[in-house]
Design a protein around this ligand. Structure first.
Ligand code: NAD
Length: 699
């Protein structure tokens, strides 16, 4: 039973008991209704108190029931709320800790509400592309006033109960408890006080008006549309609340339901719900149970104070974890420290960081030139040059000095983590922690699981990722891991598009219109085109048959490395980041096409987008089939958090699912017949072919 029933004198107490946050799953909903029926049938019961056990009143819908038939099984939440509202004995909601979404709607269906101070109140449905769907858009404006209610609903943000209690004329809380620990006692006192009140107050019976309704709703709708960009839900929140002011309650509620159901089927809502679950799923590793013991990480070592080492260190300093930062030369160490200081000072200047906090963080940083200082660290992350010889030297030294049980991590982007682990006598303690640049900003962390990486090491770093506010996704060992291995195919396609007739700006514009934060050529200019150049040179040795457009190499031969050299695929005015089309680059591409004997053709934006995105999808399917990624949603998380893939599309794998894999495979077959593209490139991954043939999806 996930809701309990007790009688105290003339009061019945129904307690939601569905850890962790009393999600309103089927059993809980049944439990509430059963408790209510029992209370109504018992002549000794005069009033009812509804509350939640443990850490919440209720966090809302039970996410474990998402997309399952149980979510739609009676009593659905609307029916539970109707039953409470129709109760002939008063129902008092005793709200504490968290009342969110459906949990808040449940409380709004009660006749009276008393809240503990400090309770988190929110209607977060908009964050998963929905509006509140169990009367929330109709009752909350009646309880709180139209404007504060719409603000809560459209933002999805949480507000403390104490603040809401100060809204003039509010009827959300009849009373605030004097202290959280007094809540039940005071809720029961309230229930006794109101036991004889008739008729019972119901929010549905209250008027709902805004004095300047037309002007206000127009303004609110414009704001919501501006904020929402690709998402339909925010302006729909405005429609639903407006309905509360214009229609009788039941008609308004029907309108809310209609909007809710329509939103549910939008690709944007599906994308947001997918990412919501994907985020949680990413932190779980199939064969590493959640009760796996973890190692305690009190002190961290970082080797190399370059671009990555500095940013990586800041993550730990921000979380209050001391960092020992090692370089081989004083000069490099000083340079690294200066960059860390500069980054923090910029935050202080912008008012994002307090001066004392900055000082506190710097005090946690211990710069050094001596490996000796790593004797007592619990985790070391290496971020030195990307050369196996240098990594070998570093890991042999680490093996000699680090204490037993210390985790030894590498930030390598391309080297084999198992080879690196082999430089030590403790490969079970070695793991890849692949941060993204700038490491203090980017959310993604690829955790690279070596063949011998111990389970408790994985459990520890996954937990640590949360502490430093990263989204960790596990990848197996392969060249490029999940993200860079896929982006390489995308970049190859981008090159072929230039060969066939596109300009860099046309490709960038098309994919940015699709929703990417930045197209491949602007991205190349930002990251440095020389990085890919070096990788291609290495590939030419390892995979001599692999075809690339030569344009990227020609660009580098011209010294056009990107923003850092003032020119790349685009020109840049000194000190500016605006990408200006370059006549020199266009001439280079033209000459290259002539040399190949290619006649340029006009390529549509749709074709550009499909070729770039399906390149990701196909490589993603290989990665999935090889077990490098455990699930398609992990790949989506990598692309959303690390590569600027548009959130409203839910990641490349969900996007392919939504298009239909059959259609994706058909398009690939069509691309394969293009004589200027690479036919072998478009051989659909076997997994994709199988799923397409069976009418199945990747996710
Ligand atoms: P970088 O050249 O900016 O910094 C490397 C630093 O390591 C330099 O300061 C150098 O002095 C120091 N160093 C070299 N050998 C050392 C040694 N033996 N002991 C101690 N310090 C030593 O390089 P980076 O861009 O910070 O890259 C570092 C690592 O991170 C590489 O493995 C790279 O593949 C990986 N990486 C880089 C990025 C990126 O975007 N730059 C992203 C993810 C991962």
């Amino acid at each position: 039973m996930t809701a309990t029933y007790q009688v105290h004198g003339n009061l019945a107490v129904i307690t939601l008991d569905n850890p962790p946050v009393n999600g309103l799953g089927l059993a809980t909903r049944q439990g509430i209704v059963a408790g209510l029926e029992q209370a109504l049938a018992d002549p000794a019961v005069a009033a009812i108190v509804l509350t939640g056990a443990g850490k919440a009143f209720s966090g809302g819908a039970d996410i474990r029931e998402f997309s399952s038939a149980k979510a739609l099984q009676e009593p659905i939440l609307i029916s539970v709320i109707s039953a409470l509202e129709a109760s002939t004995k008063p129902v008092v909601a005793a709200i504490h800790s968290v009342a969110m979404g459906g949990g808040l709607e449940l409380a709004l269906g009660c006749h009276y509400r008393i809240a503990a101070p400090g309770t988190t109140i929110a209607m977060p449905e908009v964050k998963i592309g929905l509006i509140p769907g169990a009367g929330g858009t109709q009752r909350l404006p009646r309880a709180l006033g139209v404007e504060p209610a719409l603000n809560l609903i459209v933002s999805g943000e949480s507000v403390k109960s104490d603040l809401l209690a100060m809204v003039p004329g509010q009827k959300l809380f009849d009373r605030m408890a004097s202290a959280p620990e007094k809540l039940m006692e005071e809720a029961m006192a309230l229930a006794r006080e109101v036991a004889a009140v008739r008729p019972l107050p119901r929010l549905r019976d209250l008027p709902c008006k805004h004095p300047q309704d037309q002007a206000y709703f127009q303004f609110a709708r414009n704001m919501a549309k501006g904020m929402a960009r690709h998402f339909p839900a925010p302006p729909k929140c405005v429609d639903a609340v407006e309905a509360a002011t214009k229609l009788p309650f039941d008609q308004g509620a029907a309108k809310e339901r209609e909007i809710f159901i329509n939103l549910m089927w939008t690709p944007e809502c599906r994308a947001l719900r997918h990412l919501f679950s994907a985020q949680r799923a990413a932190s779980k590793i199939d064969d590493v149970p959640s009760d796996t013991p973890t190692r305690s990480i009190r002190r961290v070592g970082v080797i190399g104070a370059g671009t990555m080492g500095g940013g990586i260190s800041m993550n730990f300093l921000n979380a209050g974890i001391p960092v020992v930062l090692l370089e081989t030369q004083q000069e490099a160490l000083d340079r690294g420290l200066a960059t860390i200081r500069k980054n923090y000072e910029a935050q202080v200047k912008k008012g994002k960081l307090k001066e004392e906090k900055y000082k506190e963080r710097m005090a946690l940083l211990h710069p050094t030139l001596a490996y000796e200082d790593f004797r007592d660290v619990d985790l070391v992350i290496e971020a030195v040059f990307e050369e196996m010889g240098v990594k070998e030297q570093v890991f042999r030294q680490l093996d000699a000095i680090a204490k037993p049980g210390a985790i030894l991590a590498t930030n390598t982007s391309t080297l084999n983590v198992d080879t690196i682990a082999g430089f030590t006598q403790r490969p079970q303690d070695v793991v890849g922690l692949h941060f993204f640049s700038p490491a203090n900003v980017m959310k993604l962390l690829e955790v690279v699981r070596g063949a011998k990486t111990a389970k408790d090491v994985l459990a520890t770093v996954m937990g640590l990722a949360k502490t430093i506010k990263k989204t960790a996704v596990v990848s197996g060992v392969c060249d490029g891991f999940i993200g860079n291995r896929m982006i390489e195919q995308y970049a190859r396609q981008a090159g072929f598009l230039l060969d066939e007739g596109c300009t860099p700006q046309q490709v960038d514009r098309a994919i940015e219109k699709f929703g990417f934060a930045m197209g491949p050529f602007r991205m190349g200019d930002l990251a440095g085109n020389d990085i890919g150049w070096a990788i291609r040179k290495r590939r030419a040795i390892e995979h001599p048959g692999l075809r690339y457009s030569k344009t990227a190499d020609l660009l580098c031969e011209m010294g056009r490395f990107g923003q850092k050299t003032g020119k790349g695929w685009y020109d840049y005015a000194p000190g500016r980041r605006d990408a200006l089309p370059s006549a020199e680059v266009e001439a280079m591409i033209l000459k290259h096409r002539e040399a190949l004997g290619l006649k340029p053709r006009k390529i549509s934006d749709d074709e550009i987008v499909q070729r770039l995105v399906f390149a990701l999808v196909n490589e993603g399917a290989h990665i999935l089939e090889e077990g490098i990624a455990a699930k398609a949603s992990d790949i989506d998380m990598v692309y959303i958090t690390g590569y600027g893939f548009p959130i409203h599309r839910g990641g490349p794998m969900l996007y392919a699912d939504q298009l239909g894999l059959f259609n994706v495979v058909q398009a690939m077959k069509r691309f394969a017949t293009n004589p200027h593209d690479d036919a072998s490139f478009w051989q659909p991954a076997p997994l994709l072919q199988r799923l397409a043939a069976d009418g199945k999806t990747l996710n």
